[in-house]
Design a protein around this ligand. Structure first.
Ligand code: WQD
Length: 339
């Protein structure tokens, strides 16, 4: 079986490629290195003793994309990660996000539809915006994603729905990720932010290793148990496994049409203070932190109802918050050894 992974050198893509290679799948990887590093391939080789076929390609470049697909037409599945994903950056650079995330999707979809290739789309819990009931299930309103990034994810889902309605053999699974954290247990790959990370966990581990004087906690009087925001932090290895289940689910659907949306999370919410306390407990390290004002675009609470993916694909998170934090800290120490 040959699977194309776009954005495969990114955080989630690289962990999914490891699982695919370990299952002797032939993997093609496209990445434009906008927000990733070529050295990730070395980490993947260390883990699997194999490398995907890699092509430095920007999916926004239609002619180059078409040339690539002329050379690689025999593909049995596409997992599409390639996109910009920083929520607050998207509010400052909306056109960059619409152009990159939507144009790239349209160009890869053009190929997927021409060749009837099953398609997995990387979406996000951010499409739910400010949800009102919890845990959030897939039928919840998606009326206001609260950022251009979230809008591009929701638009992508709508584009796929229209393709499902129009093309008789179109098959897609949409995975709405909650908050991916942690790293591969080997310490060879992990979240490798270019520049200062926006996300909580990499900023926290960088603070503890000494790159920042303290962690800013955005907001302390939300309507949550301790006043800080609640999220569903899912171990990257669990998230990667959900993609393997999804590929198998799609391919086993044979010639049936398919358009299905699944949340991917642990089903459990943890506040920012819960994260800090859990991190200090599992590592014995202190997390210097200060409370500051709320961050634009943040929602108070977001955690997943995961009954659907569990019942339809038999997938369930195996790791908990502490496992994710332990692996994130291990990875941060590995990065420090390299620098
Ligand atoms: C988590 C919590 C912050 C940094 C985003 C995307 C989502 C997905 C995951 C792509 C929030 C708080 C953070 C810091 C803090 N990405 N925080 N200090 O915003 O929930 O979700 O990343 O798919 O689509 O929206 O993740 O890690 O930025 O924030 O207090 O230095 O930590 O306020 O409550 P977020 P995050």
């Amino acid at each position: 079986m040959k699977i194309l992974v776009t954005g495969g050198l990114g955080y989630i893509g690289s962990h999914v490629m490891v699982l695919l290679l370990e299952r002797n799948v032939e993997v093609l990887c496209i990445d434009n290195l906008d927000n990733s590093r070529l050295e990730v391939l070395d980490g993947i080789k260390k883990i699997t003793e194999r490398k995907p076929l890699f092509k430095n390609l920007d999916l926004k470049n239609k002619s180059e994309t078409d040339v690539f697909f002329k050379e690689h037409s025999n593909i049995q599945g596409i997992i599409h990660f390639a996109a910009h994903k920083a929520v607050n950056e998207s509010s400052k650079k909306p056109l960059l996000y619409y152009n990159n995330n939507i144009t790239g999707l349209l160009n890869i979809l053009d190929f997927s539809i021409k060749k009837d290739i099953p398609f997995i789309y990387s979406s996000s819990c951010t499409v739910y915006g400010d949800a009102k009931s919890f845990p959030i299930n897939e039928d919840a309103l998606t009326s206001n994603p609260k950022s251009p990034y979230g809008n591009t994810k929701l638009m992508g889902e709508q584009i796929l729905k229209d393709c499902f309605n129009a093309y008789c053999k179109f098959k897609t699974i949409i995975l709405r990720y909650f908050n991916p954290i942690g790293a591969h247990p080997s310490g060879n790959i992990g979240e490798f932010p270019l520049g200062t990370p926006q996300n909580l966990i990499p900023y926290l581990t960088q603070t503890v290793i000494g790159k920042h004087p303290f962690l800013k906690i955005y907001g302390s009087d939300y309507e949550t148990e301790d006043g800080t925001c609640v999220r569903d932090y899912i171990h990257i290895m669990d998230l990667a496994e959900a993609h393997i289940k999804s590929i198998n689910y799609l391919i086993s659907a044979k010639n049936k049409k398919m358009y299905e949306i699944f949340n991917v999370g642990t089903g459990k919410g943890s506040s920012v203070l819960d994260v800090i306390n859990a991190f200090e407990k599992v590592t014995g390290e202190n997390v210097p932190h200060k409370f500051v004002g709320p961050r634009e675009g943040d929602v108070p609470i977001a955690f997943a109802d995961v009954k659907k993916i569990n019942s339809k694909m038999g997938w369930k998170a195996k790791f908990n918050l502490e496992d994710g934090l332990r692996s994130a800290w291990n990875w941060e120490k590995e990065i420090a050894k390299k620098s």
